[in-house]
Design a protein around this ligand. Structure first.
Ligand code: GDG
Length: 484
């Protein structure tokens, strides 16, 4: 069975240097995970190419070159500048994203955005239909395309169609704020398989279906719910996404990364490095984290000069006004805290606002004594898993938000926090900083074992099994094994 992946963005970045265009492979766990499956199954990836400013023939040539180089086909869904604005910036990022992260006060429920979403779904459906072969599994990714399954069914596409939601699914009292709640829920039930990250999300989804679609008959087991409406049946299940553990652990062991890590360590002698790595996004809880860090310095003066927070914020969605405000807020807070606490030879917060290259990121993961993952809500949070994978010496401590999906899997061995509890997070940083080497190593070993076993290939195989694909045909061999 061939897989046809659909995501909002294609797995590539198109760049212009002077008058020349080029493509680079996109980064991130999803691309790493899906890439070998696509190559093996001769699959195809459908999505928006990431820019509206390119002439169609140039785009087609670029995509053909990319396909040749990567070993699988990609097909573009071109969007106009207005569609980008109303669908992507509007419907996706000013409605669904904040609402599904329980932040309904940040939503902008513009009716035009919904109209645009319906139009864009039709555009995606048209391209998918053009490229789908009769036996393809069509696998749609993430919140931007919740309605695509219905758009495909309406066109008579008879393939098996599955969906995976990377972000949380909200509880009914929040989901019901969505003006198009019933349409979205009914549309989701056109997927045969609906993948969710955690039990929390499955429970919320199932409760929303109960509340809004009482005619749907549900049969629940602990990790799945079979939902039947008229002649259709969908299976909603829990599939926590993993990372390519070996790739991160192996990358962290590379000589260049090891040297980089040793140099970083030399710059922070006798000091614990506390690391935060986040996309610029209000869901990641960076301002609360900074407040907690400052509170820790205030309450525990003995820890001053002994800890330094290295905070990376990666630019993201900067056209959306709330993201611009967030950037300004973070910068003001960093300046304020540093202004208040800096002493000769010690600056409390090192702040970086850029995309750091992979080897630098791995060096930070490897060297950091504590990782602070304090999202207000998160589907999973891959940074938490990547950090542990790169902890080759096993000395690091993971401080993890109880509202990140990762906490369901990793919470037993992390220092769990409520990210809104400023005193609680301040105390958790202190607790982490004072943990003994034996305590740290014992917890980190268990974290790493879990993340290695439930890696991204495990995630794929669990999902494909429920879809009824011949897993071994679509999958690369599992990479569970010895690591450094
Ligand atoms: C969504 C859900 C869910 C970050 N900074 C740099 C960099 N990164 C990479 C990390 C990691 C990825 O970005 C971020 O992944 P997260 O999972 O933390 O968050 P989202 O982007 O919000 O992802 C989330 C995920 O989908 C998967 O299902 O876990 O809950 O919100 O891979 O490594 N990479 C490099 N430089 C950086 O500066 N190279």
């Amino acid at each position: 069975m061939r897989i046809l992946f659909v995501s909002n963005r294609l797995p590539l970045v198109i760049e212009k240097n002077g008058s020349d265009w080029s493509t680079q492979r996109g980064s991130g766990g999803l691309v790493t995970a899906l890439d070998p499956v696509l190559k093996r199954s001769g699959g195809i990836w459908v999505g928006w190419p990431g820019t509206a400013d390119i002439e169609i023939n140039t785009l087609n040539t670029l995509l053909a070159d990319f396909s040749e180089r990567e070993g699988y086909r990609v097909a573009a869904v071109p969007l106009t500048a207005e569609e980008y604005k109303h669908f992507y910036e509007g419907y996706c990022n000013q409605i669904v994203w904040p609402l599904f992260h329980d932040l309904q006060s940040l939503c902008n429920f513009q009716p035009d955005y919904w109209a645009s979403a319906l139009k864009v779904e039709q555009k995606f459906a048209e391209v998918v239909q053009r490229h789908a072969q009769p036996n393809d599994l069509i696998w749609v990714q993430d919140y931007q395309l919740m309605g695509l399954g219905k758009a495909l069914a309406d066109r008579g596409v008879g393939n098996k169609i599955a969906f995976f939601l990377h972000i949380p699914f909200p509880p009914p009292d929040i989901f019901c704020k969505l003006p198009w709640r019933t349409d979205v829920l009914k549309a989701l039930l056109h997927y045969e398989v609906i993948g969710l990250q955690t039990m929390r999300d499955l429970r919320n989804f199932s409760d929303c279906v109960n509340a809004l679609l009482p005619d749907v008959e549900q049969r629940r087991t602990s990790r799945q719910s079979r939902m039947m409406l008229e002649e259709r049946c969908s299976v909603a299940g829990v599939f926590p996404i993993g990372i390519d553990f070996e790739e991160f652990a192996g990358g962290a062991a590379e000589p260049r990364v090891a040297q980089n890590a040793a140099e970083l360590r030399k710059n922070y002698p006798d000091r614990q490095i506390v690391l935060g790595v986040d996309r610029l996004d209000y869901t990641k809880g960076v301002p609360y984290r900074l407040r907690s860090f400052a509170r820790m310095l205030e309450r525990y003066p003995d820890l001053r000069r002994k800890v330094t927070l290295f905070q990376v914020v990666v630019p993201s969605r900067e056209a959306v006004p709330q993201y611009q405000d967030l950037k300004a807020e973070i910068e003001q807070m960093v300046a304020h805290i540093n202004g208040k606490y800096t002493e000769p030879g010690w600056v409390p917060i090192h702040y970086v606002f850029k995309h750091v290259d992979r080897s630098e990121l791995l060096a930070w993961y490897r060297v950091a004594d504590i990782a602070l993952v304090t999202s207000l809500k998160d589907g999973m949070n891959l940074v938490a898993k990547e950090y542990c994978a790169c902890q080759l010496d096993g000395n690091g401590v993971l401080v993890l938000s109880e509202f990140a999906g990762a906490s369901e899997q990793l919470g037993r061995w992390a220092v769990l926090v409520n990210p809104y509890d400023i005193d609680g997070v301040a105390d958790a940083i202190k607790l982490a900083a004072l943990m003994t080497p034996a305590e740290r190593r014992s917890a980190m070993e268990k974290l790493r074992t879990n993340i290695r076993e439930q890696n991204v290939y495990w995630w794929l195989s669990q999902f494909l099994k429920v879809c009824g694909t011949r897993v071994n045909d679509a999958m690369p061999p599992p990479t569970i094994g010895k690591v450094a």
